[in-house]
Design a protein around this ligand. Structure first.
Ligand code: SF4
Length: 98
């Protein structure tokens, strides 16, 4: 079972799902990847559940941006990503629910 966070209201990432979860054919470390991740991190900076989301991403050892934290930062925290990037459709079901 995949843990979920229940929150009231709409989450910032729900308005920009393409920025979260990676894009097909995107190369990690590429300029496009860095721009996308940076944009996602800026959105997370305004999220009321950022720390809980970050902890969920760490706990699941997810890829991509969770709570403003990318793969590199998650690895530095001792929880390196271990799963393949989910599709955006999968992602919508796994991010904290509004
Ligand atoms: S912190 Fe998590 S829930 Fe909030 S905008 Fe970022 S990815 Fe979405």
């Amino acid at each position: 079972m995949i843990p979920r966070l229940d929150v009231d209201g709409r989450l910032p990432c729900q308005d920009s799902p393409d920025l979260f979860g990676g894009r097909e054919g995107e190369r990690p470390g590429s300029d496009a990847y860095k721009r996308r991740v940076r944009a996602a991190q800026l959105i997370c900076g305004h999220c009321p559940i950022r720390l809980a989301c970050r902890d969920l991403g760490r706990g699941l050892q997810e890829r991509d941006v969770w709570g403003g934290e990318d793969d590199k930062r998650r690895a530095a925290a001792g929880t390196p990503p271990r799963r393949r990037s989910p599709s955006n459709a999968q992602l919508r079901g796994r991010r904290p629910a509004a």
